[in-house]
Design a protein around this ligand. Sequence first.
Ligand code: HEM
Ligand code: HEM
Length: 199
Amino acid sequence: MMDTLAKRRPGPTASAAPACGDQYQSAVIFMHWLTLLLLIAVYAFIELKGFFPKNSPTRDAMQAWHELTGITVFGVVLARLLLRRLYNQTPTIVPEPPHWQYAMAKTMHVTLYAFLVITPILGWLTLSAKGELDLPLGLHLMPLISPDKALGRNLQEIHETIGNIGYYLIGLHALAALFHHYWVRDNTLRRMLPSRWSM
Ligand code: HEM
Ligand code: HEM
């Protein structure tokens, strides 16, 4: 993303106050915040699960809703990546941040996209290997691989490790956005807010 951003960086004369219309597209903004809401649900279900006794229906429901919301994240991120490909439009940041901040932001965004794609796939592979493919609302997942209990345990471990790393990635990303908004006072965050909040 930031490679486009770097190409569209403002020239030396573009240091005036940010234009209010200089925003991400509304569909991109919608999907960005929808992803955040879905991830809050994904993490809430898996954390709440731990409060209920083993084999209780509520515990199983928490797990199943974790899986369904996780698969929904996968669908949303695929749509988001397609949209990015179709309309690769990154609004400029004003005032222009130093080059190292562009590089760090690019690395973080690529990492976040990788996290959003890889984590649900690993969850899906885990369920396929365990042969447990039922989701809530009568939905079923298609198996990606044949059942294999030992492989299932390994895949689950990797899924859980990456899922837990997600807390730090998202936290760092959100802190960087707040740093730009409250400390640097540029338009980084306003570009990602619905226009009525970004003036
Ligand atoms: C972005 C989406 C997802 C994130 C961030 C995520 C994150 C997590 C986390 C943090 C854990 C618990 C780790 C721990 O106990 O330390 C977990 C467990 C698990 N997740 Fe996900 N997950 C996602 C999507 C999915 C999907 C799509 C599936 C299946 C379709 C899935 C299946 C599982 C399973 C089977 C477990 C193990 C539960 C257990 O038996 O303890 N996850 N996930
Ligand atoms: C409170 C939480 C969050 C805040 C304040 C926030 C803020 C922002 C801002 C300001 C941008 C634009 C950055 C730029 O163009 O340089 C952005 C982009 C991005 N955010 Fe977030 N974000 C949050 C949560 C999340 C979450 C949970 C994810 C997914 C795990 C995420 C993934 C991304 C990605 C991938 C981009 C790059 C967008 C593109 O394709 O250009 N964000 N975020």
